[in-house]
Design a protein around this ligand. Structure first.
Ligand code: NAP
Length: 424
């Protein structure tokens, strides 16, 4: 959208003198999303200023889709210093009791962090935020996961950012980095001492591609190293339409296996078969998974790539083949609750069928990441591997988008885009 069109829209809102529904292309059309004139004009001013400071493309900056939720004011209070850059943040206000709600988040806005950078520091603008299921476990109290987020601090997750100010020779202004970022507009980083890597991306790799590679590598290593499928075997994948699951389905097909995906709802099952190439899909919300697997896999399931755990794990174990392998990647069935997903109902199957069950974390294979990336790149170039992203627009929408993930609302890797990186 051009600046002029946006300005016209904002002015139209002022003339009517009340909130108007967003007509901005790309913004959700739901009545839950509103753009206010005051907000729009302030954002316009701020964003145009950011555009010149950060070399961002002003046309593509995301303006004002405001979720109507208790954490985020639909009428923004007047800023004390409207010409200063502001840092919006989403903080963890309280630990979820049961399912995550918008009340667990708090919106805060303050000046940008220290811009008088010390040697070795960079100021980045955070542009792309991945909403990954695993992040939900970091919201629990310490002890539940190895990365618990402190209360009153910003939510953490993988993100794509761009350097806007630098005091580090290897990270000049404009460098695009992939980091474990915070849910805030701006962060100061010290790449050389950071406990998590600050990965500068080569010019030919778009930030969004770099973010895709993470889950592709999880799928690659989890399936090929842990599941160890052989051509002709039957592979079953749960959360098969998810970011990781959809990659597993396709890599298993590339390996020459027969693949059954399990996903929630008819649309996702269609996607798993028609877009990702599975031989069949089971809709766990409307079908009996155990019975369907018995029909579809009369010789049993050789490899189960489990993203979900709980009832689905047990249904697959009812049908596991002798010498079957279970690659335990995730337990999403238990993430958005106070109790972990229940484990195996019948361990005797593991014994009588000589089953190997092995959990893994992607990091353990990182020394071989170059091999994985090369294979993935080749498969993508050959048209054998497709990524699907579900991109939501607007920093404001982060909590809303993230909560939807646990209702299965995402179709592909869920990424919230706050602004467009400048990628030439
Ligand atoms: N081990 C590792 O190193 C590693 C790395 C990355 C991710 N993971 C794990 O991989 C899994 C998939 O992650 P992702 O980022 O690819 O997921 P994603 O794209 O964010 O999708 C998550 C999907 O999980 C399904 N889901 C949510 N709640 C569910 C429930 N209660 N029961 C059953 N299904 C549910 C939903 O699909 P439906 O609509 O089909 O229900 C949802 O769309 C997660 O368990 C994550 O923790 C592990």
């Amino acid at each position: 959208m051009t600046r002029l069109r946006f300005l016209a829209l904002a002015q139209a809102g002022l003339v009517f003198g009340h909130r108007y529904l967003s007509l901005v292309p790309g913004c959700p059309k739901s009545p839950n999303f509103i753009v206010t004139p005051t907000f729009a004009l302030t954002e316009l001013r701020t964003n145009l200023r950011l555009a010149s400071i950060e070399h961002c493309n002003a046309k593509q900056l995301t303006l004002g889709a405001v979720p109507h939720n208790p954490g985020y004011p639909s009428w923004r209070p007047q800023r004390k210093h409207p010409h200063m850059l502001h840092n919006r943040q989403w903080l963890l206000k309280s630990r979820p009791q049961g399912a995550l709600t918008l009340d667990n988040f708090e919106f805060r806005e303050q000046g940008i962090p220290e811009t008088d950078l010390k040697p070795g520091q960079i100021l980045v603008r955070n542009l792309l935020f991945t909403c990954a299921a695993t992040m939900r476990t970091w919201m629990n109290a310490p002890g539940h996961s190895n990365r618990s987020i402190d209360l009153d601090t910003p939510i953490r997750g993988t993100g794509g950012s761009q350097v806007v100010k630098s005091n580090h020779p290897r990270f000049p202004v404009g460098t695009r980095v992939m980091i474990l970022s915070l849910w805030e507009d701006y962060s100061v980083l010290e790449p050389d001492t950071s406990p998590t890597p600050v990965l500068a991306q080569p010019p030919e790799v778009k930030l969004i591609e770099a973010m895709r590679n993470l889950n592709s590598c999880t799928a690659y290593f989890g399936l090929l190293r842990v599941g160890q499928p052989k051509a002709g075997e039957t592979v079953v994948v749960s959360a098969a339409a998810s970011s990781v699951g959809s990659m597993v389905v396709q890599i298993a097909k590339i390996t020459g296996c027969r693949v059954i995906g399990i996903a929630g709802g008819r649309d996702k099952c269609d996607l798993v078969v028609k877009e990702f190439g599975a031989d069949a899909a089971i809709d766990y919300k409307h079908q009996n998974v155990s019975t369907r697997l018995t029909e579809l896999c009369p010789k049993g399931v050789d490899v189960f790539f489990d993203n979900v755990g709980g009832d689905i794990l047990n249904a697959v174990m009812d049908n596991i083949a002798v010498k079957g392998r279970v690659a335990v990647c995730g337990q999403v069935a238990g993430y958005d609750s106070d109790t972990p997903a229940p484990g195996l109902r019948d361990m005797m199957k593991v014994i009588y069928r000589s089953v190997t069950i092995r959990g893994f974390a992607m990091n353990e294979f990182m020394q071989d990441a170059d091999t994985a990336r090369a294979d993935i790149k080749r498969w993508v170039a050959e048209g054998r591997l497709k990524h699907r992203e579900d991109i939501r627009i607007g920093f404001e929408n982060l909590p809303h988008a993230f909560i939807g993930l646990f209702k299965g609302e995402n179709m592909g890797t869920l990424i919230v885009k706050s602004a467009e990186p400048d990628e030439g």
